[in-house]
Design a protein around this ligand. Structure first.
Ligand code: SF4
Ligand code: SF4
Length: 161
């Protein structure tokens, strides 16, 4: 009885009037996925396919290619995510060797047509641009050893065509 009376006297509603009121999300909230860029606008993704291999739901499809004129570098020519299948487990983010994937705090992605949840590279980069406005510097500037290897392999002969 005492507990009931205490609750009645100190009553505070816990229902949020969504969408006018929104819950404060925890720092480690795993929302919509995004592709990220470096601070000079270069895409971080190197097209290694590790995220595709790590994904248990076959959400991701990467088509990678050589960077034109730089045979030692690759990038994702095409990148697709079928977000209707995503579990938001974060394994793809953990698998990425260059931190090119991030989980945003976006969750309002209800749509009438599920084809709108089949996202391409430009859409995923746009989500990254609006969710992560503070970008990292290029790896060469963060790690001098990466700069050494890039310089060392810069003048490799082109592959015979
Ligand atoms: S969060 Fe999990 S299910 Fe979603 S794309 Fe990444 S690895 Fe796949
Ligand atoms: S997002 Fe990361 S793991 Fe996936 S292909 Fe690009 S670089 Fe590789």
């Amino acid at each position: 009885m005492k507990a009931t009376m205490s609750h009645l006297i100190h009553y505070r509603p816990i229902t949020l009037q969504y969408p006018h009121e929104k819950r404060t999300l925890p720092d480690n909230y795993r929302g919509m996925l995004a592709l990220l860029r470096y601070d000079d606008g270069t895409e971080k993704c190197v097209g290694c396919d590790l995220c595709e291999a790590a994904c248990p739901s076959r959400v991701i499809r990467v088509v990678s290619a050589e960077v034109p004129g730089e045979p030692t570098k690759r990038y994702s020519k095409e990148y697709y995510m079928d977000m209707t299948r995503c579990l938001f487990c974060g394994l793809c983010v953990d698998a990425c060797p260059v931190d090119a994937l991030g989980m945003t705090r976006e969750y309002e992605w209800a749509v009438y047509d599920k084809r709108q949840l089949h996202l391409n590279k430009q859409q995923l980069l746009a989500i990254g641009d609006r969710s992560f406005p503070v970008r990292e510097k290029q790896l060469e500037l963060q790690h001098p050893n990466v700069a050494f290897f890039n310089v060392a392999f810069k003048h490799l002969p082109q592959k015979p065509s």
